[in-house]
Design a protein around this ligand. Structure first.
Ligand SMILES: [Zn+2]
Length: 378
């Protein structure tokens, strides 16, 4: 079966984090009108709309899925935390499941559906039902911690899906590749002491969470070398990301030999994101996807599940999403290039050149990871 599976449900568009409120603790706005939350339903709804309008949806296999069971969610989260999300979600008004993980009535059920979607995307690939898969879900998951939500994330979609696949004996070794612009701290926490999961995070240095995703954080005792943090300087674009993949990520993946690759796909490293300061183009995301597919083909029979995380530009993130899903499905409509002014973006330096500060950052990663893996010195 060579099709690409798609996970999507209209209910993902019903999770409402409320208006964006500044300050910690949040303050009411005496001077400014509250604005839409950046983790707005439209950021995912517009990706789906573009898939539909471009004709891609009908070429994908719609995967069936259900809300995750509480036992599955408890593979990563404490029962107390799960109950807390349920309690807040059952009340009227807006609440917070931790640090900046706002929710409202019904968010609990939608978050369970998102976890179930991630699990279905992984299962369909492991079952051989599809060649690869994309889970277009929200709320996102990679910041969620065992005992609290963080950064718009309620439950760790990717962490749970991978833990579940291992718990069910489907696989013994998986690689998570998180290229969201923010550090995948929750997923890192899930596998920090686990030698069965290689957790790679490419993220903007010093962005979010604070003091998280440092080069020297390489895994706990039993997971030594299984955490690979690649903090890249603001302004890094297609060339810097490809260099990180080619010089660091692929050589480590080849030595680790995963049976499955799961991408935590943040589109907030795009050149237009309001929360990130990176410069990946839609074409860059396409090339990163192509390279990941090639490595998956080489190492694990092509088994690749891509799970939606952040991405807050309502105009540009959908084009990046389209480019990625087209690549998974072996289609190139040219639409993402056209609408994204790809030719103009390609003329920007970060698209074709690795900056000196990115070179320095990669050298630091190579130095830190050389304790565990054979890497070419920078
Ligand atoms: Zn993010």
């Amino acid at each position: 079966m060579s099709q690409t599976g798609l996970v999507f449900h209209e209910h993902f568009l019903l999770h409402d984090p409320g208006p964006m409120i500044a300050g910690s603790p949040p303050r009411p706005y005496p001077y400014l009108e509250p604005e839409d939350h950046v983790e707005h339903p439209r950021r995912v709804g517009r990706v789906k709309e573009l898939l539909d309008q471009s004709g891609l949806t009908e070429r994908l296999r719609a995967l069936e899925f259900e809300p995750a069971s509480l036992d599955d969610v408890a593979l990563f989260h404490t029962r107390e935390y799960i109950q807390q999300v349920l309690t807040v979600s059952a009340r009227d008004g807006y609440g917070d499941a931790g640090q900046g993980a706002r929710l409202s009535r019904g968010s609990f059920e939608i978050a369970l559906l998102a976890v179930g979607g991630a699990c279905a995307a992984v299962d369909a690939v492991l079952d051989g039902e599809v060649a690869n898969s994309y889970a277009l879900i929200r709320p996102p998951g990679h910041h969620a911690m065992p005992t609290q939500g963080m950064g718009f994330c309620l439950f760790g979609n990717v962490a749970i899906a991978v833990k579940r696949a291992i718990a069910h004996g489907r696989i013994e070794r998986a690689m998570v590749l998180d290229w969201d612009v923010h550090h995948g701290n929750g997923t890192q926490e899930a596998f920090y002491d686990d030698d069965r999961v290689l957790m790679v995070s490419l993220h903007q240095d010093g962005l979010y969470p604070e003091n998280s995703g440092l080069v020297g954080d390489t895994g706990g005792e039993s997971g030594a070398g299984r955490t690979v943090n690649v903090p890249l300087p603001a302004g890094t674009g297609d060339a810097g990301y490809m260099a990180a993949l080619e010089r660091v990520v692929w050589p480590i993946a080849r030595q680790f030999q995963p049976e499955l690759i799961v991408v935590s796909n943040g589109l907030d490293a795009s050149r237009a994101d309001p929360l990130g300061r990176m410069m990946i183009t839609a074409g860059g995301y396409r090339r990163m996807t192509r390279a990941t597919m090639a490595v998956a083909a080489e190492l694990c029979g092509g088994k690749l599940a891509v799970i939606h995380e952040g991405g807050y530009s309502q105009s540009y993130a959908p084009l990046c999403g389209l480019a990625i899903i087209e690549e998974l499905a072996g289609v190139d409509s040219g639409l993402a290039d056209d609408l994204g002014a790809q030719a103009r973006a390609d003329r920007m330096r970060p698209a074709y050149e690795v900056g000196l500060d990115a070179e320095q950052a990669l050298a630091e990663v190579v130095a830190a990871q050389s304790a565990f893996w054979q890497l070419e010195p920078a």
